[in-house]
Design a protein around this ligand. Sequence first.
Ligand code: ADP
Ligand code: MG
Length: 365
Amino acid sequence: MSVRVVARIRPLLDTENDRDIIVRADRADEGKPLTIVKIPSPKNGAEEFSFAFNGVYDQSTTQEELFTAEVAPHIKALFQGLDVTIFAYGVTGTGKTHTMRGGLKLAERGVIPRLLSNVFRRGKKIAKDSNGETTVQVALSYYEIYNDKVFDLLEPPEKRTPSGLPLREKDGKTVVVGLSERSCEDLKDFEKLYIEANTNRVTAATKLNAHSSRSHAILRVKVTQISGDMIRESTASAIDLAGSEDNRRTDNGKERLIESAAINKSLFVLSQCIDAISRGDKRIPYRESKMTRILSLGQNNGITIMILNLAPLRSYHLDTLSSLNVSSRAKRIEVREIENEIVFKQPPRTNSGLGGANIQRQPLR
Ligand code: ADP
Ligand code: MG
């Protein structure tokens, strides 16, 4: 099991009033790739915090560049039987949906349509190269987890039961009972299903008084390769997570508090799982949230990529810092390695209040 945690900083939007950019990408040394995110201390603007990642993508990064760098290299592994899991994590408004789904124009397409396009292309090539001896089937499931309940997005909202779909253990794996699966022949098929499902999501959301930023949306692409009596199955999962902001600060209605508790718990468990995987721990606490349990995160051989989406603006300051803390905590090992080299001049010090294990205070130069 391997894990990569990367950060993507979105550009300033034309519609935004706040023009005060405080987040920037940096490198450990001249000529090295971008791996560091810098942000001022909220208490003392003259101090700056640095967070290290496996990679950092700045505002100029295109959808194609991100996909080519972080997802495309793992498609081969997917076809070799490994599971690939891609998360978009971050505050609402930072570009999670843009990164995963993206826009309709070709250049604006996000990770999900690009992933499918690559999977279909490789599947066709495998079938062709084997003279039809190997067949490749692609099937989709798409669901959301809202308030710790699972709802199928491939079914119309009227079919939802308020309690959501139950989970069951089967052969040591967690299955969502009654979750639908649709086979998909090509990108056109996929797009039709996906657009319809996203409409289901929005319609159901208004009825349940839930906004899409309060739920995790999980797309599961199952790839089955059949060759004689040999069957190889692997899955790629793409997850647009609920917003990581702390809603208790701005909105403390009862319903929002219940939502926040469910989101905080699952995002906390997710970060602990990623942390444990990156440390190479034997015990991954994946059972402690529904999302990580369904994904069996860390249980199979596979590749996990967490993309931390960031808005560069001051109006996001505290929420940005806490999201950097959570995702960078997962990167403790790499951070130490970098610390030993160049980046940090001072020994690590825990910053009170923010809970980060590896925030570094650095005076501005
Ligand atoms: P989230 O899903 O995290 O709430 P969105 O993906 O909806 O955030 O992004 C918020 C806004 O910013 C949207 O209008 C989106 O189109 C825009 N946006 C996000 N990332 C980018 C980017 N890399 N380039 C251009 N626009 C972006
Ligand atoms: Mg979104």
